[in-house]
Design a protein around this ligand. Structure first.
Ligand code: NAI
Length: 266
């Protein structure tokens, strides 16, 4: 008999870190709902990569679900569509996030950019998590019958605590997002649902491409002890450890995937 695959919903998964996460979950035998705001072609590349690494014979499937997580109607449509296609969600990965279009000093930054980042980086994941959590708690029978208990992983950033004066709105949004994990960890523990934050450092993606030289220089100067760029795979493997239930007595945990950037020295 072919086993039924667990199901992951990964937001912002067409490219970058989200794609790295989708591929590592596919490698583990998950079906993946690949969400992104747009970009069908890029999402199709992600889907193909997932298919290439998926173990056989497992009944996995990879599909693209277009939705803007900042929009309430899109979030509702996304959860409904994933549920109708796959029947359940075992793992929600809140990955989608945006940086400011232009990095501006905090004395000049605009309210427009602030609102955009808060909508995508905070409001979107918060209410998507609420919607998926309600799906779980409103169906105790399904919750009991699944082989594994649901999990939530949120991708924040070292910007949750490291101040960058030229993108204050990004730092504020990631600091706010960091509170999602303790809140939902406390609320959902009684259902056996565990909640984690992954806090990446500097990861090589389109988001960091415009500031590549700055980070190349910082790496050469030893700004973090593991002297290299992080990769989407580094983050994907951390998510995979959680998805594989390698941390069964942990919830509300922050996992730094930053080459040791968070360590202080004296
Ligand atoms: P990226 O810009 O390469 O990819 C982000 C993906 O999210 C894109 O495919 C984009 O279309 C999608 N997206 C954007 N807004 C969306 C929305 N409203 N709804 C659905 N999808 C949306 O960025 P990257 O680097 O892969 O970042 C992924 C996450 O990791 C973000 O939350 C980012 O803040 C975070 N992060 C990135 C770091 C880095 O160094 N690249 C470091 C720390 C955190």
């Amino acid at each position: 008999m072919v086993a039924t695959a667990p199901v992951a919903l990964v937001t912002g998964a067409a490219r970058g870190i989200g794609r790295g996460i989708a591929v590592e979950l596919a490698r583990l035998g998950f079906s993946v709902a690949i969400n992104d705001i747009s970009n069908h072609e890029v999402a199709e590349e992600c889907r193909k990569l997932c298919e290439q690494v998926a173990p056989h014979p497992v009944n996995t499937s990879f599909e693209f679900f277009q939705a803007d997580i900042a929009q309430a109607s899109d979030r509702a449509r996304l959860v409904d569509a994933v549920r109708s296609r796959f029947g359940w969600i075992d793992l929600l990965v809140n990955n989608a996030g945006v940086a400011p279009h232009v990095r501006k000093d905090i004395l000049e930054a605009s309210e427009e950019s602030f609102d955009r980042l808060m909508a995508v980086n905070v409001k979107g994941p918060y209410f998507l998590t609420q919607a998926v959590a309600n799906l779980w708690v409103s169906d105790p029978e399904a919750l009991r019958s699944r082989a594994r208990k649901p999990k939530i992983v949120t991708i924040s950033s070292v910007s949750a605590y490291a101040a960058s004066l030229n993108r204050g709105e990004y730092c504020l949004s990631k600091a706010a997002l960091s509170m999602l994990t303790p809140l939902f960890a406390l609320r959902l523990a009684e259902y056996g649902i565990h909640v984690f934050e992954i806090r990446p450092g500097v990861i090589a993606t389109d988001m960091t491409l415009p500031v590549k030289e700055k980070y190349d220089r910082m790496i050469a100067e030893g700004a973090w002890p593991i002297r290299r760029w992080g990769t989407p795979e580094d983050v994907g493997r951390a998510v995979a450890a959680i998805a594989e239930e390698r941390l069964p007595f942990s919830t509300g945990e922050v996992i730094n995937v930053d080459g040791g950037f968070h360590l202080r020295r004296l």
